[in-house]
Design a protein around this ligand. Structure first.
Ligand SMILES: Cc1cc2nc3c(=O)[nH]c(=O)nc-3n(C[C@H](O)[C@H](O)[C@H](O)COP(=O)(O)OP(=O)(O)OC[C@H]3O[C@@H](n4cnc5c(N)ncnc54)[C@H](O)[C@@H]3O)c2cc1C
Length: 507
């Protein structure tokens, strides 16, 4: 305490702010836009600190980024409210009108349709991927948008606000000094890598999964790391589609999200050892590596699950734990190349499809899933997956939002949507307090935000975790449950009321 006080007294502050937001990811930017949009906040000094070059993302880009998010209609309403939605170029918003979810055996499936689809019973027609442009007369299930497009549009929004937000671009928060006293009357001090020192009535951590604000406030984050990676990438597929597909496999779910024309975005959960192996093989720059990845991907999407497990077991044999991929010898590289050439990926995949078709007869359910024809260069990347929720989202003159407060499995595409809902709630609470002339940094004001969001986030985080366990963990460990799960999915698909409730809950 004495040390802290001495440090505080010796810290000269260059400027004070009412609100300081650390992190200009989509969540931090949306909160800045929400607060800056309100005329009640005029006269309040607000700043946003971002360690990367967030202004660079304003540059136009013709290619697709591999990081996309599925934005729900509720998040769209929020983006409209803060004046961001209109800044997103129309050609960069990819709505979809249906999600088709399959179990690993293609025996069970469930569809979530847009309202138009349900009314006109389009869902009963063939869902083979053929439509390129969704009809404008339906409410989409959700919209696929590239992360950097959302960020750029939010930056444009900030530039047109009544209330100016000061942006410290390319500036890292190096140290945060907090008052640990019982009266909470000292404002947090934030030291920047530029040498500047600022102080704020309220410090908001929108600074992602490894949040420095959360760590400085000593707020415990409860959860675990999944032993899985989320592989993302941009794919060129056989036909245009406005349908999103997801298949639950014993190795984790794989999803295709529709972009424009024949492009789709991939989100594929894989056990870490397999994803590491795939990335290590890619680094070797072998002649056939693109073809192999494509065949494995198509197998994951369309074949009997045993075919995929066979490919993975063959790949694992190649490695046998002895090869040091970081420093591989030419001899080991040649050995791997020869062994890979001995596996006829294309033949095995085509044979598996024939087997599946003969088992199911006629047009199979997997026919609706597009075939991957190409993988866009340099688009494949992997991310570690975690489940985390903080013990609380608030501290003394501190609030956490977005990934700084919680992380969720991406299988339901909800991470950013939860973060945007945090922004909306915290922004609303702060604007109300400013309007009433209250000190909005105090616990009792921030508690309104905490109690509104905590349970809702917890419910969504645990629902996604349960889904992962029911559809991935349980069937891979206890095959006996597979048929039960297929039956459950098919039954649920017939229960319109329950399906509508689930859809509303997720949007
Ligand atoms: C594979 C995958 C697929 C996903 N799909 C979806 C989906 O379909 N739908 C969905 O809603 N969500 C999805 N998500 C989740 C979504 O991407 C995240 O929830 C969202 O991007 C989090 O935004 P954020 O602004 O909270 O954090 P971030 O985007 O992580 O932003 C944090 C910012 O803080 C900055 N920062 C950190 N430390 C400092 C510091 N010391 N000083 C200054 N700045 C700092 C960082 O540079 C960064 O810009 C997915 C996630 C993954 C991994």
């Amino acid at each position: 305490m004495h040390k802290l006080l001495t440090r505080r007294l010796s810290t000269a502050v260059d400027k004070t702010y009412d609100i300081c937001i650390v992190g200009a990811g989509p969540v931090g930017l949306s909160l800045a836009a929400k607060i800056g949009n309100s005329h009640y906040t005029n006269g309040n000094k607000i700043c946003l600190i971002e360690s990367s070059d967030v202004l660079k993302s304003l540059e136009e880009n013709d290619t697709f980024s591999n990081r996309v998010v599925s934005v729900t209609p509720k998040s769209r309403l929020f983006l409209e409210e803060i004046g961001c939605w209109n800044n997103i170029p129309e050609e960069k918003v990819y709505p979809y009108n249906k999600i088709q979810v399959f179990d690993s055996n293609f025996k069970g499936s469930i569809n979530f349709n847009s309202r138009y689809d349900e009314e006109t019973e389009v869902s009963k027609a063939s869902t083979a991927p053929k439509e390129c442009t969704p009809s404008s007369s339906y409410d989409p299930v959700a919209y696929i948008i590239e992360n950097n497009v959302i960020r750029s549009s939010l930056i444009k929004t900030l530039k047109n606000l009544n209330n100016e937000i000061e942006i410290f671009n390319n500036t890292k928060v190096n140290e945060i000094i907090l008052d640990k006293g019982s009266f909470n009357d000292e404002w947090p001090i934030i030291k920047l890598d530029s040498g500047k020192v600022i102080q704020a009535r309220l410090l908001i951590g929108a600074d992602g999964q490894n949040s420095p604000v959360r760590m400085a406030a000593n707020i415990e984050s409860i959860g675990w790391d999944y032993d899985q990676s989320g592989i993302v990438g941009t794919l060129k597929v056989s036909g245009c589609s406005t349908v999103a597909f997801q298949r639950f496999l014993p190795t984790g779910p794989i999803a295709l999200l529709p972009l424009k024309d024949k492009y789709m975005s991939l989100v594929w959960t894989l056990p870490k050892n397999i994803s590491n192996l795939l990335f290590n093989l890619k680094k070797l720059n072998l002649k056939n590596d693109k073809m192999i990845f494509k065949e494995i991907l198509n197998t994951a999407l369309k074949n009997p699950k045993e075919d995929l497990l066979y490919f993975f077991s063959e790949l694992e044999k190649l490695n046998d734990g002895k090869i040091n991929f970081q420093n591989i010898s030419e001899a080991d590289k040649l050995k791997i190349e020869l062994e890979l050439n001995a596996i006829d990926f294309k033949f095995e995949r085509e044979w598996g499809i024939k087997r599946l078709d003969s088992e199911q007869g006629g047009i199979s359910v997997h026919d609706t899933i597009p075939v991957v024809e190409d993988i866009v260069k340099n688009s494949v990347a992997g991310f570690p997956l975690r489940l985390r929720n903080c013990r609380t989202y608030i501290g003394n003159r501190i609030a956490l939002i977005g990934d700084a407060a919680h992380s969720i499995h991406p299988l339901a595409g909800q991470g950013l949507n939860l973060g945007l809902a945090d922004s909306e709630a915290l922004g609303r609470v702060l604007i109300k307090a400013i309007k009433n002339g209250d000190d909005f940094g105090l616990d009792y004001i921030l508690e309104e935000y905490n109690s509104e969001r905590y349970i809702k986030n917890l419910l969504m985080i645990s629902s996604c975790d349960i889904l992962e366990k029911v559809f991935v963990k349980v069937p891979s460990q206890f095959r006996i449950f597979e048929d039960l799960i297929s039956f459950g999915l098919n039954s649920l698909n017939k229960m319109d009321v329950l399906k509508e409730t689930l859809k509303k809950y997720a949007s």
